[in-house]
Design a binder for this molecule. Structure first.
Ligand code: SF4
Length: 505
């Protein structure tokens, strides 16, 4: 069978350019893994990199037409609004018979399958969760509707047109999956993405990693849904890639590099011992409670160069609300250990959650300040603004909906609850306006497309301080009882925008 897998074009909405997590990093290999499995089954596979290659829909149309697939799989990624361009494209190729069967896969369709299938009749089925075995079954079958019901891991329409769903158990042994197919566009990235594990043993209220892989909602407390590849298998893949490409820079896309407990640390130590002699460099993402001195020392010796840790908050009550299962003391300990080993981490931080009080915000700021996390402009802009994003599949989404507080945005996939405290809402709105303006101003420079200002470090230091002053000044006024009218908030953002433009010239 001829199967085309599409990574569709994505745009970043101007008002959301400081928001992250529209799809987890691990999804960047989802198409590659699907292609690996389908290729092993003997199918003819083509991947079209509409996003990385910045293709237009007319260019993608030509590729689809030329290839003539029996099935088109589309890795559907939410980018802050309903993607009418994509749905129109799928409608066109389906109507004219260019793609007789269309299946969507990925995080967004796994949670928003009902809405997508209701809205876009061109989508015949949605693959729920991991796509490898479900797509392989789909490719085996002749596909009149009656046969789809036999395939687990699929959302499909029944004879009456109603949507029916069957989940599939997560892949038990990741080492049995064929390695992912990596396209030229992927190999042009500065680091080669590699997957060492799937899932997480945590259960953060804002995260849907486990709900994607498993049947129920996000992973329950104490239930480990983390699955790791064997260190030997990971190193064999790295060896193959370095031998074929000479590339030595890797990034583990795992949401949680470490498995739980002692076993998780031992596995990381084993991997470190295997990587030590190979001269590779790599990055990882981790929970703060997994940062231990001996393991980090071994990983740094093996080539660990950067790490993202999910701090999320500077207050223990807030960490409990987020069900992070970590403490502020663990956050600070992780920062100390990493810095002792020469690593300045990237940090995940949620400044504004729906139930934040002004005291929580003050506590967050004090935490960031005493831990030297307000020294670097891109980091400052991130941590002083990030609100909790509420996506379908997360505990927060379900809880807020049950409480009747969830308001849906453009799709069922994302909601907002507003803020319980109107003063927190005012600060979040002002910081959102200012940081979005900063990110738009810096977009070309930070993505390397345009040159930075002369004397960039001094300029960035001034911008950094201006951002901190704006945050603390507004927070102080709110604490003193000031109420901002919409016009005053807009004026503050406008003033900051002018200052950003002046300082960054
Ligand atoms: S630790 Fe990270 S991957 Fe795990 S549940 Fe929390 S946010 Fe998700």
């Amino acid at each position: 069978m001829k199967i085309l897998l599409l990574e569709h074009p994505r745009q970043v909405a101007g008002a959301r350019c400081n928001d992250i997590a529209n799809t987890p990093l691990s999804s960047c290999l989802i198409t590659g893994y699907a292609a690996g499995m389908l290729a092993r089954q003997g199918h003819e596979i083509k991947i079209v990199e509409g996003y990385l290659e910045r293709l237009s829909y007319s260019e993608i149309y030509r590729e689809v037409k030329e290839f003539g697939p029996d099935m088109l799989g589309v890795h559907m990624v939410y980018h802050w609004e309903r993607d009418e361009g994509l749905f129109a494209f799928l409608g066109k190729i389906k109507a004219e018979g260019t793609a007789p069967f269309i299946a969507a896969y990925g995080f967004y369709p796994t949670f928003a399958f009902e809405e997508i299938m209701g809205h876009c009749r061109a989508v015949d089925a949605v693959v729920m969760g991991e796509p490898e075995y479900t797509l392989a079954r789909l490719a085996e079958k002749p596909r009149p509707v009656v046969h789809l019901q036999e395939i687990p891991g699929l959302a499909r329409r029944d004879e009456s047109g109603a949507t029916r769903v069957r989940r599939r158990e997560p892949v038990a042994n990741l080492d049995l999956l064929p390695p992912p197919v990596r396209t030229d566009a992927m190999l042009r990235l500065p680091e080669i993405n590699i997957e060492g594990s799937r899932g997480c043993y945590g259960g953060c209220s804002f995260c849907y990693i486990n709900a994607f892989y498993a049947r129920g909602r996000a992973g329950g407390r104490g239930v480990s849904r983390w699955r790791g590849r064997g260190p030997e298998s990971i190193v064999a893949e790295i060896d193959e890639l370095t031998a074929a490409l000479g590339q030595k820079d890797f990034y583990f896309v795992d949401p949680n590099f470490f498995g739980p407990g002692r076993q998780g640390q031992d596995r990381a130590l084993r991997l470190a011992s295997l990587l030590k002699e190979r001269g590779v460099r790599f990055g990882i993402e981790a929970r703060v409670n997994d940062i231990h001195d001996a393991t980090i020392a071994a990983l740094v010796e093996a080539g660990l160069r950067h790490i993202l840790i999910g701090l999320e908050s500077g207050g223990d009550e807030s960490l409990q609300r987020l069900n992070k299962m970590t403490t502020v003391a663990q956050n600070e300990r992780a920062l100390r250990i990493l810095r002792r080993h020469g690593i300045e981490p990237n940090v995940g931080f949620i400044m504004f959650e729906p139930d934040s009080s002004l005291e929580d915000i003050r506590m967050n700021f004090a935490f960031l300040e005493r831990n030297n996390l307000l020294k670097d402009l891109p980091v400052t802009a991130n941590v002083l603004y990030h609100p909790q994003i509420i996506l379908q599949g997360t505990r927060a989404y379900h809880k807020l909906r049950e409480e009747g507080r969830l308001k849906l945005l453009a799709t069922t996939y994302e909601g907002t609850a507003g803020f319980a405290d109107s003063r927190v809402a005012a600060l979040a709105r002002i910081m959102s306006g200012i940081t979005n303006c900063l990110f738009m101003r810096m977009d070309g420079i930070w993505s390397g497309k345009t040159q930075g200002p002369k004397e960039a470090p001094a300029v960035y230091a001034r911008l950094n301080q201006a951002l901190i002053d704006c945050f603390t000044g507004t927070l102080h006024q709110l604490e003193s009882g000031k109420q901002f009218s919409p016009a005053e908030m807009a004026a503050l953002v406008h003033e900051a925008e002018r200052e950003i433009n002046t300082l960054s010239r």
